[in-house]
Design a protein around this ligand. Structure first.
Ligand code: ACO
Length: 377
């Protein structure tokens, strides 16, 4: 039977899912049917994570329990801290995160994925522990001790505290919370698809998340947020934007933080993140990076608008993280802190009607070639 080959599986449905939906023409993103604009204005990251996992908004009682479960599981074992200490300081934090998450699977039961109750606790552990791992690694590699979580601080306050040893201003933790809501889920993206393929083999959830982390790291996916800030720093001032972009496009290079397989308008998440930049910089002082970014967006709209290439989620997020004192190579781990909620929601969904992913290929090689002995090659 002939098959159409779609490079990158563009437009090919890989799963049926009730978790999120994107309307790429109108720039609409919904989690479980709720617009992200509503969630960013009224919800929190943990409430959104609960929504993604369970399919509906939690009651007050359920939310208190869920937040309590997460808070209770934020600590990481000394052996995981020791593992982070053994890694090279100059190694990428996404590699450290991937290694630590894979190691979590050796400490916690997860192999019996038919145990629904245990699957909930695996999701809780992963959502709870990722920030602790990232903060610990960030400190250890600069020679500081890891700081254990503080139960009196909320999810984002605690993360920034574990990173810096200071309880952050409210505006900083609130800004981070909205960033996490925005990154929590996004239909069948590359890292979610990777997780589903791994999940379909009935691998344990720590392996599922470790494989998704590996995919998220790439510069065409989550890694673009780091490249954006590198690019904005390289440009330096708004006056240098136009020649920089023109040269890049002439050299057939891509502008990081622009373009999307699904969105043909500005990514709605970029719109919200840009608004957050405005609010944060009004209170905490402006950012040169932001001034350059605005000019990049303006010039790019002129030069790339015809191709429907606009800012994506990665364009403004790094500028915010930079202002929050997060180092550039920790931007993609920030993405993982949030997206693990979506990965786990898809894992639950996959297990409900699991079928092993085993796609086909179109063979383009030869047949019936003779084996030539080595002395005659
Ligand atoms: N800068 C310049 N040109 C671009 C860009 C860009 N960022 N993105 C796409 N284009 C151009 C391509 O050169 C191509 O032009 P052509 O038809 O004249 O050859 C056309 O638009 C189509 O591009 P593709 O790469 O084929 O489109 P695809 O759907 O595969 O790409 C992708 C999507 C990978 C995100 C792409 O836009 C890109 O590489 N962007 C930069 C990296 C980035 O920001 N990634 C983060 C995405 S969001 C996320 O994953 C969280």
């Amino acid at each position: 039977m002939p098959h159409d080959f779609m490079p990158g599986l563009a437009g090919v449905p890989a799963a049926k899912s009730a978790i999120s939906d994107v309307d790429g023409e109108r720039g609409i993103l919904e989690y479980r049917g709720i617009r992200i604009e509503d969630l960013c204005a009224k919800s929190s990251f943990l409430e959104t994570a609960s929504l993604l996992l369970s399919g509906r908004l939690p009651t007050q009682h359920e939310l208190v329990h869920f937040v309590g479960d997460i808070t209770h599981h934020r600590r990481i074992k000394f052996k995981i801290v020791d593992l982070l200490k053994c890694l090279p300081e100059q190694g990428h934090p996404m590699d450290a995160l991937q290694a630590a998450v894979a190691a979590l699977g050796m400490f916690y039961p997860g192999r019996n994925v038919k145990d629904i109750d245990n699957n909930y606790w695996s999701a809780v552990r992963l959502i709870a522990k990722l920030p602790t791992i990232i903060a610990a690694h960030a400190r250890i590699r600069r020679g500081d001790d890891a700081i254990p979580p503080r139960d009196d601080l909320d999810f984002c306050q605690n993360f920034l505290y574990m990173l810096s040893d200071h309880v952050p201003e409210r505006i900083a933790s609130d800004t981070l919370d909205v960033c996490l809501v925005l990154h929590a889920e996004h239909t069948m993206n590359a890292s979610t698809f990777t997780g589903l393929v791994t999940a379909s083999t009935l691998a344990d959830p720590y392996t599922v998340v470790a494989s998704s982390i590996g995919t998220l790291k790439g510069p065409l996916h989550g890694g673009a947020n780091e490249e954006v800030v590198v690019m904005l720093r390289e440009i330096g001032t708004p006056g240098k934007v136009r020649p920089y972009i023109e040269n890049k496009l002439k050299a057939k290079q891509k502008l990081m933080g622009f373009g999307h397989r699904v969105y043909k308008v500005k990514d709605p998440r970029a719109v919200i993140l840009q608004g957050l930049c405005g609010r944060l910089f009004k209170e905490c002082g402006s950012s040169q990076l932001y001034d350059v970014a605005i000019e990049v967006e303006r010039v790019a709209a002129e030069l790339l608008g015809e191709k429907k290439i606009y800012p994506n989620v990665d364009f403004y997020s790094g500028i915010l993280y930079d202002k929050l004192g997060i180092e550039v190579d920790c931007f993609t781990p920030m993405f993982a802190i949030s997206r693990v909620a979506g990965w786990m929601a898809h894992w639950f969904e996959q297990l409900r009607e699991n079928k092993l992913f085993r796609p086909d290929q179109i063979y383009s090689g030869e047949h019936n070639r003779p084996y030539v002995p080595i002395e005659r090659r």
